[in-house]
Design a protein around this ligand. Structure first.
Ligand SMILES: Cc1ncc(COP(=O)(O)O)c(C=O)c1O
Length: 355
């Protein structure tokens, strides 16, 4: 059954993008791959306003979260947590046997740059981890301000999870001084799941060169070695997905325009936020509202599962609350290639169902 996805990933993938994956196979050591990679990387750099080295990983975003831990933590990590995905990153540090501390906030609140600064002043940490957009709560964290704080500490590497924000809102990697930032393909890029993307600057690369026991698959230096040699991936990459990414980036950069894409996300977010204020209430702090996903308090006590069953009949699907927030909240994603018209249509459908 086809349902238009208003969930925070995977998002709706348009038919022309799906078709961009359908071509006769070529090999990952053939010139076609070098051309594809070079084109794709150049466009990704535009999305992030960076000249940094880019990784296109054949794994979901969590893989490149683990890569950050393995390559960047030498002494100790500071994990800022305000929801499920920040918590997951700290869990990865734990399972990789890294020294780490957490700076934890109540769900719905954003991370404070001042708190990060206080922690960094102790001199204990050489890595800071932050979730830019916490998908479980609909919170956007003040990335630019956090990066400004971390930039004062030349030995500290800043790692950013932008899984549900990259390509949906402005992130100026070079101007803001972001050392490492990653995302997944199935969110604001509106591609199928299976790829991840990261930008790695010199500082993060240098740190990787100083860290032992990184394993092989996620070693930044391996990615870099194959790129320098032939602009190719270190492993047999998901070439069809990369071709879809290349095609989609053309649409983003050359057709819609990146600034217009950010504006469309902001407009959809504002429509959903206003609707939620009128009909329910917002879970996230007003100062930290996400431009890509809105988490709404279920103040009417409706069955969210039931709502989704009804919505399915109209050909739409939203997200229940995450973990303990299930049925207490629900989430509407306004990311990827969705339009203002589609968002308005969805809200109308929900109103018809809840009466
Ligand atoms: C903020 C955030 N980080 C990390 C992840 C994990 O990404 P993946 O499922 O691509 O591994 C998600 C997935 O929803 C996410 O929203």
């Amino acid at each position: 059954m086809y349902r238009k996805l208003f969930i925070p990933g995977p998002t709706e993938v348009r038919e022309d993008v799906r078709k961009a994956m359908d071509f006769p196979m070529f090999g990952h050591r053939m010139p076609e791959t070098s051309k594809l990679m070079e084109e794709t990387v150049a466009k990704l750099q535009k999305i992030l306003f960076t000249n940094n080295f880019m990784i296109i990983g054949t794994c979901s975003g969590t893989g490149l979260m683990e890569a950050a831990v393995r390559n960047c933590v030498k002494k100790a990590a500071l994990h800022s947590i305000c929801g499920a995905f920040g918590k997951r990153w700290a869990g990865i540090s734990k399972s990789c046997k890294k020294d780490y501390e957490v700076l934890e906030y109540e769900w719905g609140k954003g991370i404070s740059p001042e708190d990060i600064e206080k922690k960094l002043k102790t001199g204990k940490f050489d890595t800071v981890f932050i979730t830019h957009n916490e998908t479980s709560t609909g919170v956007l964290n003040p990335l630019k301000e956090v990066a400004e704080v971390v930039s004062k500490y030349p030995d500290v590497v800043l790692c950013v999870d932008a899984v549900s924000s990259m390509a949906g809102t402005e992130i100026r990697v070079d101007d803001w001084g972001i050392d490492y930032i990653l995302t997944s393909s199935q969110k604001c890029f509106a591609l199928p799941p299976g790829l991840s993307i990261a930008s790695v600057n010199e500082k993060a690369m240098q740190r990787s060169a100083e860290v032992d026991d990184k394993g092989y698959y996620f070693d930044f230096l391996e990615y870099k070695k194959y790129w320098d040699k032939a602009k190719q991936p270190s492993i047999t990459a998901a070439l069809n997905l990369i071709a879809a990414l290349n095609y989609q980036l053309d649409k983003i950069v050359n057709q819609e325009g990146i600034e217009n894409r950010f504006k469309r996300h902001a407009e959809m977010a504002s429509i959903v936020q206003n609707w939620a204020r009128e009909n329910f209430s917002l879970f996230a702090d007003e100062n930290n509202l996400s431009p890509t996903v809105t988490c709404i308090n279920n103040t009417k006590g409706i069955s969210i599962k039931g709502l989704n069953e009804e919505l399915s009949k109209s050909g739409a699907y939203i997200s229940n609350g995450y973990g303990d927030l299930k049925e207490k909240t629900f989430r509407i994603a306004h990311m990827g290639d969705l339009t203002v018209e589609e968002i308005n249509w969805l809200l109308g459908e929900i109103e018809d169902i809840i009466g």
